[in-house]
Design a binder for this molecule. Structure first.
Ligand code: BTN
Length: 252
């Protein structure tokens, strides 16, 4: 793997041809040793790639970026932990935007291009009291994938959009730089700036759309933004505002 031009992010990079999941390996590493801040685990293929809410993450061998970063954001309070999703969403947004247009962040942390999912992010935090001890930021970015399983609703890759293959090493270096840029903002306490940047890039923001709540109630509402606790703020047609956690609401 090439060495990215960063201060610390991705400088210590552990590469596997095949592994169960980079997030699982990162968690084991943190439990057993003290990997340097910004250490990343990268692989060409995962046998048990993890997605959100226990889902599987698909990626053909050698086609995409499958990576997990380790950071120690000790001063970040648990109540502000959604900022880790914010910085990873913003970093992936910037990287994808370097290659293609019309990129958006679909709450809580999918990256979309023209209504299709190009990347997924799985953030797993370890807590110490009311602060974050360590975080694993797992990113699956579809770079050169062309054979998506038919059961995936709306996947897309950078190569699909551009019509030719892209260097995964280049994508890796750009991602390390952008993630470090936003992580340093987080460490410098620029919380409002980060939240505003994330809210600006939100998929379907301000557009009347259909949602389904936990009780299977289908309703129309507009996304106003994301609250500091990471909940989605929706305004219904009759002007009532309500916030929803990830499992409480679905886009239809
Ligand atoms: C999602 O469901 O959208 C999140 C997907 C996250 C996938 C990435 S691939 C690298 C890292 N290792 C994993 O097992 N999952 C994340």
């Amino acid at each position: 793997m090439v060495v990215p031009d960063t201060l610390f992010t991705g400088k210590n990079c552990i590469h596997f041809e095949e592994i169960n999941s980079t997030n699982i390996y990162a968690a084991e590493l943190i439990a057993k040793t003290s990997p340097a801040e910004g250490t990343c685990i990268i692989t060409d293929f995962q046998t048990a790639g993890r997605g959100q809410i226990g889902r599987y993450w698909h990626s053909s061998a050698g086609k995409n970026l499958l990576i997990s970063y380790i950071f120690y954001p000790h001063t970040l309070k648990v109540k502000d932990q959604f900022l880790l999703n914010v910085i990873s969403g913003l970093a992936v947004y910037d990287v994808v935007s370097f290659y293609v247009q019309d990129v958006e962040v679909k709450w809580p942390n999918d990256i979309y291009v023209n209504n299709q999912k190009i990347a997924g992010i799985l953030v797993q935090n370890t807590l110490r009291g009311d602060t974050i001890k360590s975080t694993i930021i797992g990113i699956g970015l579809n770079v050169n994938e062309k054979d998506f399983p038919s059961e995936l609703p709306n996947p897309v890759s950078i190569a699909n959009e551009k019509g030719y293959d892209i260097s995964i090493s280049d994508v890796f270096c750009r991602l390390c730089s952008r993630l470090e840029f936003y992580y340093l903002k987080l460490r410098n306490g620029k919380y409002d700036e980060l939240r505003m940047a994330y809210n600006e890039k939100l998929y379907r923001k301000g557009i009347l759309a259909t949602f389904q709540d936990e009780k299977n109630h289908i309703f129309k509402a507009t996304i106003e933004g994301v609250a500091t606790d990471g909940k989605l703020i929706l305004n219904t047609e009759d002007g009532i505002g309500k916030t929803y956690a990830f499992r409480e609401i679905k886009f239809i």
